[in-house]
Write a new protein. Sequence first.
Length: 84
Amino acid sequence: MLLPLGESPKFDQAAFLAGYREIKQNNGIYDMYHIQDINEKTGQPKPGAKPLDQTSVEYFQAWMDIGFYLSKLTIEIWKHQDSE
């Protein structure tokens, strides 16, 4: 069964490797931020941090980067399973 990219079990790890993090807002919508805009202790955006604009090329590139790392992580899992 194929899952949407954002629902993959390795999504958070892939997003971190790509340098991004999604934060769920109170209204249930997710916003994507650069890792450096996230407070490490609270896991919330730093004051003044703005999410990526969902209509920007940067937002599209973020999803491409996350997809790359997700594919890489998935291949590593398959290699590990095949070696057992």
